[in-house]
Design a protein around this ligand. Structure first.
Ligand code: SAM
Length: 338
């Protein structure tokens, strides 16, 4: 890791001390969710009051600040981004910000049946839908309330709306869905989707559960190969994509393995996260944050916000320290957006 010693406020793009260029911003539109996934949040979670969250104009200001610092891709997440009122208009407004080239969303898909078309019209081009099980009862148990049919309707609507790529996120959780990974992988035989198997990451108040149930990607891959045959590694891995890609013989789609715990990809990290309460989170699994909402509401001008964002980005930590049992506890995953 190369250290850069000075921060230049005039730079056109954001870099951190390790020389990583940061041009991908994940924006959490709300900490609230219409599901309560067991590995994501406690069942009795209380969400923040709306006034404590970024308003639309505040989100747009901060995305403009980020775009002026070289951010070209925005991912909307949550909580659940589709339950935010006015989400379609927000996408349209973000899409109009000079410099923003791609808008993506990570969603549980429950509301996508009605929203995929309008979101695509507004400029959303790429979607990740979370789907941890293909069994309705099990899906309900993991999400504590979800109806799997809604998710399928959502995926079909996203496809009909022309979103591309369509990625399906599956967090592999021991004892919940680790015996289903081959069924999920088989979806790629006939669909041009990417099924992403994500290692369970420890964070917040459910960290102990998460640590106990983690399934290493290598184990998931071996299980799929044992049940379905060899996987071919896809050539040309983009060093910034957290997933390593493989393909089943003859498949239309591909598999992605995201091994945040067992094989961290911090050197390729190019992102920052804006939490729904206006704090810029510098690494998903570390509690380092910079509050941008307070200065924004106190009247800080564009140049000041720009400097604050770039300075915060500059001190982005290298990565997590899970191997040292250093677990970020200040927030739940749902408050950051994964
Ligand atoms: N509600 C949206 C959804 O369900 O995709 C967006 C927010 S959710 C926090 C984003 C992603 O993070 C989902 O794919 C979810 O499964 C994943 N996730 C949540 N908790 C996680 C954990 N502890 N480790 C790994 N992934 C997690």
């Amino acid at each position: 890791m190369e250290h850069h010693n000075s921060f230049s406020a005039n730079q056109g793009a954001m870099h951190d001390t390790f020389g990583r260029r940061l041009h991908y911003l994940r924006v959490s539109l709300t900490d609230a969710c219409n599901l309560r996934c067991v590995y994501c949040m406690p069942e009795d979670i209380t969400f923040r009051p709306a006034a404590a969250l970024l308003q639309d104009d505040e989100i747009l200001t901060l995305v403009k600040v980020a775009a002026s610092l070289g951010v070209d891709k925005v991912r909307l997440t949550g909580g659940e981004p589709t339950i935010r009122r006015g989400v379609v208009e927000l996408v349209r407004a973000i899409n109009a910000i000079p410099g923003i080239q791609r808008i993506a969303m990570t969603t549980n898909g429950i509301r996508l049946g009605e929203l995929a078309g309008p979101l695509a019209d507004a400029g959303l081009c790429q979607i990740n839908v979370s789907i941890d099980s293909l069994q309705p009862d099990r899906f309900r148990a993991i999400t504590r309330r979800g109806d799997l049919d809604d998710v399928w309707r959502g995926i079909a609507a996203a496809q009909a709306a022309g979103m591309d790529p369509i990625k399906l996120n599956c967090v592999v959780t021991r004892g919940f869905n680790d015996d289903e990974v081959s069924d999920l992988a088989m979806l790629t035989l006939v669909n041009p989707w990417e099924i992403r198997f994500i290692e369970l990451m420890p964070l917040g108040s459910v960290a102990t559960f998460q640590q106990d149930q983690v399934v290493p990607s290598a184990e998931t891959r071996e299980r799929i190969e044992a049940e379905l045959g060899p996987l071919a590694l896809e050539p040309g891995h983009n060093g910034h994509d957290p997933a390593k890609h493989y393909r089943l013989a003859g498949a239309l789609g591909r598999l992605g393995f995201i091994s945040s715990v067992t094989e961290p990809f911090c050197s390729g990290c190019n992102g920052l996260r804006l939490a729904a309460d206006g704090r810029l989170r510098l690494c998903l699994l570390r509690d380092d944050e910079a509050d941008l909402l307070t200065p924004l509401r106190a009247g800080a001008d564009f140049a000041t916000l720009r400097r604050m964002m770039a300075e915060a980005a500059y001190r982005k930590p290298w990565g997590h320290r899970l191997e040292e049992h250093d677990i970020a506890k200040s927030r739940e995953m749902s408050q950051i957006g994964g």
